[in-house]
Design a protein around this ligand. Structure first.
Ligand code: GLP
Length: 257
C-alpha cells in the first residue's frame, strides 16, 4: 500500500488525475471503476478539462460504478446514475454502451448483481478503481461488518451513512436505506486502486485503512491486502497516522529506488 500525503484537496485530485491519465496512456481502452460522493468531484472536473483539451480521449474507456441506492430511478436527481451524468459523463466523449452501472430498481436483484460481476469479468476486469471512503471506513457501500470477500449485492446502510448523505436529499427521511454495491472482494479484484480522502472527518477511516488491523469493522482496511493500492490523502485526513513522516519520505524518494 502506498500512502501519498498531499497538502490539500486540490493536490490529491491532481495526483489522482496524473495516475489515471498515465494508466490511460498505457491502455486506451482502460476499464475504470468509478465512485460517487463529494471527494471525486475534483477528479472528474480535471478529467473533463483533459478531455476538452484533447489530452484524454474517452471513446474507448469503459466504466463501472461502485454502487447505487435501491429504489431510485436513474432519473432521480440523487441517484448515482444522475450524479455520474451531471459530474462527468455528459461532458466527455464516452460511449453510452461503455457505461455500466447498477440499477436502483432492477427486476431481479440477485440476477442483476450476478450479471454485473459477469460484465466486469467479460471486459477483463477493472484496471483502475477509484474510491472514496465513508467516515466509518466504508468503501463503495460496504458498511462495517461487510465480508472481506463479498461480491456485488444489496446492503443496508448504517444510520451514520444515512445521516452523512442526508444533506444531499431535501429530507433525511427520503434517504434510501438500502443499496446495491460491488463487494469488497469485487473491489480487491481491480488491478489498481486509488482511494482518496480529504478533511478531518476522514481521519478515523484513514487511520484504520492504513495502520489498523485488517478487519471487516473498517472495510477500507482490506486494501492492505491489495498489491497496487494507493491511498491519496490530504494533511487533515492523514492527521492520525503514526508513520506520516515515513510515508512522506518514501514518496519523496521514490525515483531514487
Ligand atoms: C458514499 C459512497 C462512497 C463514498 C462515500 C464518501 O456514501 N457510496 O462511494 O466514497 O460515501 O463520500 P464523500 O466523498 O462525500 O465523503
Amino acid at each position: 500500500m502506498d500512502v501519498i500525503i498531499k497538502k490539500n484537496y486540490e493536490e490529491i485530485c491532481n495526483e489522482a488525475v496524473r495516475i489515471i491519465h498515465e494508466s490511460w496512456e498505457k491502455k486506451k481502452n482502460l476499464v475504470l471503476g468509478l465512485a460517487t460522493g463529494r471527494t471525486p468531484i475534483g477528479v472528474y472536473q480535471r478529467l473533463i478539462e483533459l478531455n476538452k483539451k484533447g489530452e484524454m480521449d474517452f471513446s474507448r474507456i469503459i466504466t463501472f460504478n461502485l454502487d447505487e441506492y435501491l429504489g431510485l430511478d436513474e432519473s432521480h436527481p440523487q441517484s448515482f446514475a444522475c450524479y455520474m451524468d451531471k459530474n462527468l459523463f455528459q461532458y466527455v466523449n464516452i460511449k453510452r454502451e461503455n457505461i455500466f452501472r447498477l440499477k436502483g430498481k432492477p427486476e431481479d436483484i440477485e440476477k442483476h448483481c450476478q450479471e454485473y460481476e459477469e460484465k466486469i469479468r467479460a471486459v477483463g476486469g477493472i484496471d483502475l478503481q477509484l474510491l472514496g471512503v465513508g467516515r466509518n471506513g466504508h468503501i463503495g457501500f460496504n458498511e462495517p461488518g461487510s465480508s472481506l470477500s463479498s461480491r456485488t449485492r444489496p446492503k443496508a446502510l448504517t444510520q451514520s451513512t444515512v445521516e452523512a448523505n442526508a444533506s444531499l436529499f431535501k429530507n433525511k427521511e427520503r434517504v434510501p436505506r438500502y443499496c446495491l454495491t460491488m463487494g469488497i472482494g469485487t473491489i480487491l479484484d481491480a488491478k489498481q486502486i486509488l482511494l482518496l480522502a480529504s478533511g478531518k472527518e476522514k481521519f478515523y477511516a484513514i487511520k484504520g485503512c492504513v495502520e489498523g488491523p485488517i478487519t471487516a469493522s473498517v472495510p477500507a482496511s482490506a486494501l492492505q491486502l491489495h498489491p497496487q493500492a494507493k491511498i491519496i490523502v490530504d494533511e487533515e485526513a492523514a492527521w492520525f497516522l503514526d508513520r506520516k513522516d515515513y510515508y512522506k519520505w518514501v514518496y519523496e524518494n521514490r525515483l531514487k529506488f
